[in-house]
Design a protein around this ligand. Structure first.
Ligand code: R1P
Length: 296
């Protein structure tokens, strides 16, 4: 598998995976997909009447190799609405080509998903951000994409979307407004931010000089995921909303002993899991009602 080919993206392979999942979903007909970021698998725990499908069972799915990512799909209901939840995602640094990272989104398209809520753990670059803040993503800078690593490389399958999809509207404006309103209704204004997510390849965290560059370029947070999913989803017409949990401070100063590690990322995710779950659960029930308004 190389990042310069997309042989696995054949419509046939996506259809085989989707048909397999349809045979497992029972009466669940989700229009909403949720992707759990590092340490945020707990979002899948709030799903009621769970039907769990391990990635290892699903044709063409690969393994989730990162601690904090369970590696299974959970079908069921949140607040009475059918959802499918990805407990674990695939990252470029795990050695997968872009199409593998995006593959679950095409499968989601074929099982009927119309809207995806992606979550992730990210380092806070914006000096005003605090560890534990939520950042609703309003835009991204994809260093991986700009460098040529993208899920859409290779021949375009126009049954999914156009050769040249726009990305200026990647993060749905109306859904963002509704999500923020929901956060406000919950009293989360103090730690709800919005900003630009910088996608870096990883797995090493950034140097101080790199982070200073990202800050200068307008980045608010750094992470190693999400944009390949977003690009794949937008290409095939799935609406996207994405929220980062700021799990750690990005170190922008030389004169410090501070550092960053994945255990800190998982610890912050664990500390904030409850609020993230409440936000996701309430955004299905409160007056913001995204599904009936936007996924009818
Ligand atoms: O983006 P998620 O999957 O939440 O995970 C983030 O946390 C890990 C680094 O600690 C990286 O995988 C980074 O992308």
């Amino acid at each position: 598998m190389t990042s310069s080919s997309n042989e696995g993206y054949s419509t046939e392979k996506v259809r085989v995976s989707a048909d397999f999942l349809k045979s497992k979903m029972g009466n669940v007909k989700p229009k909403i997909g949720i992707i759990c970021g590092s340490g945020l698998s707990g979002l899948g725990e709030v799903v009621e009447n769970k039907i769990v499908v391990k990635y290892s069972e699903i044709p063409s799915f690969v393994e989730s190799t990162v601690p904090g990512h369970k590696g299974q799909l959970v079908f069921g209901q949140i607040s009475g609405k059918d959802v499918v939840c990805m407990q674990g995602r695939f990252h470029p640094y795990e050695g997968y080509p872009g199409w593998v990272v995006g593959f679950p989104l095409r499968v989601m398209k074929l099982i009927g998903i119309e809207m995806v809520l992606a979550t992730n753990a990210a380092g806070g670059i914006n000096p005003e951000f605090k560890v534990g803040d939520f950042m609703l993503i309003k835009d991204h800078i994809s260093f991986t994409g700009l460098a040529g690593y993208t899920p859409l490389v290779g021949p375009n399958d126009s049954s999914f979307g156009p050769r040249f999809p726009p990305m200026n509207d990647a993060y749905d404006k109306n859904l963002r407004t509704l999500f923020k309103q929901c956060a406000s209704d919950l009293g989360y204004d103090d730690f709800m931010r919005d900003g630009v997510y910088c996608n870096v390849f990883g797995p090493s965290y950034e140097t101080i000089a790199e982070l200073r560059l990202l800050l200068k370029l307008g980045g608010d947070a750094a992470g190693m995921s999400t944009v390949q999913e977003v690009v794949t989803a937008r290409h095939c017409g799935i609406k996207v909303i994405a929220c980062s949990l700021i799990t750690n401070e990005c170190i922008l100063e030389y004169d410090t002993d501070k550092t960053v590690c994945h255990d800190e990322v998982l610890q912050t995710a664990n500390d904030r899991a409850h609020q993230m779950q409440t936000l996701v659960t309430n955004s299905q029930t409160s007056r913001t009602h995204w599904q009936p308004l936007h996924c009818s």
